[in-house]
Design a protein around this ligand. Structure first.
Ligand code: 13P
Length: 250
């Protein structure tokens, strides 16, 4: 069943990089070789979307790290899906834990953004994940199901949505979820989607794992049946990203 879903690996560069260091990243992406059976997406900071799209090979898609819920207007500092498309990017990351917990984005706002981005034709990586205290209180499923519902209620086309499970306690901490911990949540999420959306969507939707993925742990994580790829932060700035993209390759 897992083999039906194309492995999908995203590099979320967050607020990192300048033209010089981005040239280095593009060099190792273009040199690859990247597994042809994997879909690869990189998400530079907004000022570099156009630059990256113009330099990276066509087999690598480009994503924005965020966008707003309306098309244009007096929203200083925001960007719209049409701007993202205009520079040749085709994806947007929404609901990242840093948007939720540093910038206070609510489930409701993230749902509205998902709805609008899809209606504008973008593909969406929609992120969910529990904080450490929520996991320790036994609330992981409660939290990720609530976050997933706020997304799912706004999805018009599941073929253009990838879910990214990123436990907050694993992001940027070097503390990766074990393959079994990741598999357990991914399996619960797929069951939730089956019960609340449809069994067909549950079978086909790809669920990435994110949180301290690196060249050393990617193979074991990627071997889990419900782990359909990764959303990579720190390691996506390094040549290790190529190893991570190729995690499923024999
Ligand atoms: P790290 O890989 O740096 O832990 O970041 C994960 C992440 O937040 C990707 O979106």
């Amino acid at each position: 069943m897992a083999s039906q879903r194309k492995f999908v690996v995203g590099g979320n560069w967050k607020m990192n990089g300048d033209k010089a260091s981005i040239d280095g990243i593009i060099a190792f992406l273009n040199a690859g070789p990247l597994d042809e059976n994997a879909e690869v997406i990189v998400a530079p900071a907004t000022p570099y979307l156009d630059y990256v799209r113009s330099k990276v090979n066509a087999n690598v898609a480009v994503a924005a790290q965020n966008c707003y819920k309306v098309g244009k207007g007096a929203f200083t500092g925001e960007i719209s899906p049409s701007m993202i498309k205009d520079v040749g990017a085709t994806w947007v990351i929404l609901g990242h834990s840093e948007r939720r917990h540093v910038f206070g984005e609510s489930d409701e706002l993230i749902g509205e953004k998902v709805k609008f981005a899809l209606s504008e034709g973008l593909n969406v990586i929609a992120c969910i994940g529990e904080k450490l205290e929520e996991r320790e209180a036994g609330k992981t499923n409660e939290v990720v199901f609530r976050q997933t519902k706020a997304i799912a209620d706004n999805v018009s086309d599941w073929k253009r949505v990838v879910l990214a499970y990123e436990p907050v306690w694993a992001i940027g901490t070097g503390k990766t979820a074990t393959p079994d911990q990741a598999q357990e949540v991914h399996d619960s999420l797929r069951k939730w989607v089956s019960e609340n959306v449809s069994s067909e969507v549950a079978q086909n939707v790809r669920i990435q794992y994110g949180g301290s993925v690196n060249a050393a742990n990617c193979k074991e994580l990627g071997a889990k049946p419900d782990v359909d790829g990764f959303l990579v932060g720190g390691a996506s700035l390094k040549p290790d990203f190529v190893t991570i993209v190729n995690a499923r390759k024999a």
